[in-house]
Design a protein around this ligand. Structure first.
Ligand SMILES: [Zn+2]
Length: 240
């Protein structure tokens, strides 16, 4: 069973690209904010390979950063951070990415970390973009063991005074074997607002609401919930 939201003070949500968290988890995140949890977003890239029109490529990082900040605001998340130096489409779960995520974990000191699953979902290949798998793997490695080990990335402690931190719980989105679903009926409107803030990605989608209702309905149905319910699904791992 996941931690009760009342036992969680801070949560950190990590993803490869702007919009990933909004498609996969923003209904749940809005509920966390309602429960009084302080949420931080960390994006590993600015998604410069995204988009569907002839917007100049060099403009995309700035556009997508602004869109993600607006989307976060729609669900009540004020702290939005971006890593520098990692290219969209080139993300690898190496030590450099791991160290950057450990730094943010030690700065934010979250009880709960949410990230894309590092396991490929063969029934939903689009959700298992290679960058998503890389962000997931690097974050899992950062949560355990690096963030809690003072001898991992020792420069973070020596140079920046960032002490080890134990994350208690990991939530994986787009996992092939979800074991926890969250009712998002009360937050679905805010999730849609967040997705619409990603204009460069969703502006051309005419049936966005229907599409997201279909996703939420399928997730609820797979969990055995009654027709008319909407859910987001996760695999929740206790890491404490
Ligand atoms: Zn993505």
């Amino acid at each position: 069973m996941p931690l009760d939201d009342s036992d969680v003070t801070r949560a950190l949500c990590v993803a490869a690209h702007p919009d990933d968290l909004d498609f996969g988890a923003s209904g749940t995140v809005a509920g966390w904010v309602d429960a009084g949890i302080t949420v931080t977003y960390l994006l590993c890239t600015r998604g410069e390979q995204g988009g569907f029109d002839d917007t100049p490529r060099e403009a995309m990082p700035g556009i997508r950063e602004a869109e993600q900040r607006a989307a976060a605001e729609a669900v009540g998340v004020a702290d939005v951070r971006f890593l520098d130096g990692f290219r969209d489409g080139w993300l690898e779960p190496g030590h450099e990415l791991q160290r950057e995520i450990v730094r943010v974990i030690r700065q934010v000191r979250p009880d709960r970390v949410l990230v894309q699953s590092p396991e490929r979902n063969w029934t939903r290949l689009g959700a298992s973009h290679p960058d998503h798998l890389a962000a997931g793997e690097a974050t899992v490695r950062a949560v355990y063991p690096a963030a809690r080990n003072p001898f991992a990335h020792p420069e973070l402690l020596q140079d920046e005074g960032l002490h080890p931190w134990v994350v208690r719980e990991l939530w994986l989105m787009a996992d092939p074997a979800p074991d926890h679903v969250v009712d998002i009926r009360a937050t679905f409107g805010r999730k849609l607002d967040a997705l619409r803030a990603h204009k460069s990605q969703t502006g051309h989608v005419e049936n966005l609401e229907e599409m997201m209702r279909a996703w939420g309905t399928r997730t609820a149905r797979d969990a055995g919930w009654p027709e008319g319910t909407l859910a987001e699904g996760f695999r929740v791992v206790s890491t404490g």
